[in-house]
Ligand binder design. Structure first.
Ligand code: 5AD
Ligand code: SF4
Length: 442
């Protein structure tokens, strides 16, 4: 009997890529592949790449170079590049690195089994189309394997916002929302397989406008309310949002929808109106702050997180100070911050760039402030009782770890509690990256 072939996937970048890698593993699962733990034991290696990283393409080429000895040792090994670098570079990848057999863009994963078959016959397979068919649909035939307690579910892809620094509108294409019934069906399936918490994903998730069962568009809030009715699903989150798409119904849901968790990732990028304009963000610092006020009025304890870019072209010390001021005013519980770096093909890449030293200095100061706020938000949990969804055993024997409603990692000792259970925990201590507590028996 033929032995099962093995697939090794290395994933970079955002949660959407994590979700896509799972779908690719499932698609290849139906073509007879099981997962390999290391590239050495694989019959097929896929790099699911991210273009947000600095020098993303160069890093992919050097990563691929390291697979050369494996390919020499096993000529049947097939190597593929997926994700946003695949989309951006296309055929160039095969030209520059002949050991690559397959290049597959983020909209074409469902065609991977056919591409693999072509590669097995000695051909090269390239697919970076934006096809009309729903790739998620064709990926639906999959085994009902048991899942962990948390899962991502992509509901929307692409973006029409065209922020001047961002490649997403080019690599992931125009904004497309999946029909609501498909999303609900997938959510029910996940819950049947043990999932308790679903994070809805999209590059601009709150612009969601998928067709409802009657054909009329549903907003993200409407979709969340429908998910709220699924028995066994306990928690709903979504990411990433644009401030201009925080509609009234979505803000209100944060106060009224009991399964929607009190955590919101709402990037602002900069606190300077001049830079926001140059970034083509289409909102001001003031409009963002007013929005935050309304969200906090709906859900006072909500934990806010954001993305920030420092050193965008033309950013002055005063512009940077405006970002620090905005951060002081909002008080974030979590944050991601980046030095601006050029992405080929985006408008800002053509502009005069700031000195690297200036960028590094600003990033350091920004992160010092954000880290202080993050730590304060975490420390403020000590003495409180929070609900924790337990996910897995911790490092120490008997220890279990999970996430609070606010997305803080929490661990408890020696309890016998199982993964998938939600229990109230009294927080006793705040460490560098997690909270420690004890079950409070309620
Ligand atoms: N340079 C630095 N950071 C960037 N991001 C996106 N593009 C760039 C870039 N060219 C950041 C933004 C975005 C996050 C996902 O990555 O902050 O919200
Ligand atoms: Fe990129 Fe987000 Fe701006 Fe869309 S809204 S262009 S994904 S940064």
């Amino acid at each position: 009997m033929a032995q099962a072939k093995k697939l090794y996937i290395r994933t970079y970048g955002c949660q959407m890529n994590v979700y896509d890698s799972e779908r690719m593993a499932e698609a290849m699962g139906s073509a007879g592949y099981t997962q390999a733990a290391t590239p050495e034991e694989a019959d097929m290696i896929l790099l699911n790449t991210c273009h947000i990283r600095e020098k993303a393409a160069e890093k992919v080429y050097s990563e691929l170079g390291r697979f050369k000895p494996l390919k020499e040792a096993n000529p049947d090994l097939k190597i593929g590049v997926a994700g946003c670098v695949a989309q951006a570079e296309g055929e160039e990848i095969m030209r520059r690195q002949p050991l690559v057999d397959m290049v597959v863009g983020p909209q074409s994963y469902h065609r991977l089994p056919q591409m693999e078959a072509r590669a097995r016959q000695g051909g090269k397979a390239l697919d970076t189309d934006f096809p009309e068919d729903d790739k998620f649909d064709t990926l639906r035939t999959r085994p009902k394997a048991k899942r962990g307690p948390t899962a991502f579910l992509t509901v929307q892809e692409g973006c029409d916002k065209f922020c001047a620094f961002c490649v997403v509108p080019y690599t992931r294409g125009a904004e497309v929302s999946r029909p609501a019934p498909r999303v609900l069906e997938e959510a029910r399936d996940l819950v049947e397989r043990g999932v308790r918490e679903i994070t809805l994903l999209g590059q601009n998730v709150n612009a969601y406008h998928g067709a409802g069962p009657d054909g009329a568009d549903w907003s993200l809030a409407r979709l969340i309310w429908a998910l709220n009715d699924i028995d066994g699903l306990e928690r709903i989150r979504f990411t990433t949002s644009h401030p201009n798409d925080m509609t009234d119904d979505l803000i209100a849901a944060h106060g009224t929808c009991d399964k929607l968790m009190p955590y919101l990732h709402l990037p602002v990028q900069s606190g300077s109106d001049r830079i926001l304009k140059r970034m083509n963000r289409k909102h001001t610092a003031e409009s963002y702050l007013r929005l935050i006020e309304r969200i906090r009025a709906a859900r006072p304890d909500i934990l806010l997180s954001g993305d920030f870019i420092v050193g965008f072209p033309e950013e002055t010390e005063a512009d940077f100070q405006a970002t620090l001021d905005l951060i002081e005013e909002v008080n974030y519980g979590y944050a991601f911050s980046f030095k601006y770096s050029t992405r080929p093909g985006t408008p800002a890449a053509e502009r005069a760039q700031l000195d690297e030293d200036v960028k590094s200095d600003r990033l350091q100061r920004l992160q010092a402030l954000l880290t202080r706020q993050q730590r304060a938000a975490q420390d403020a949990m000590v003495g409180r009782q929070v609900k924790v969804l337990f996910e897995k055993p911790g490092r120490e024997p008997g220890q279990m770890v999970g996430k609070s409603d606010y997305l803080h990692a929490v661990h408890v000792a020696d309890t016998g509690i199982a993964a998938g259970q939600i229990a109230p925990v009294e927080i006793l201590e705040s460490g560098p990256n997690s909270l420690a507590g004890r079950l409070s028996g309620g």
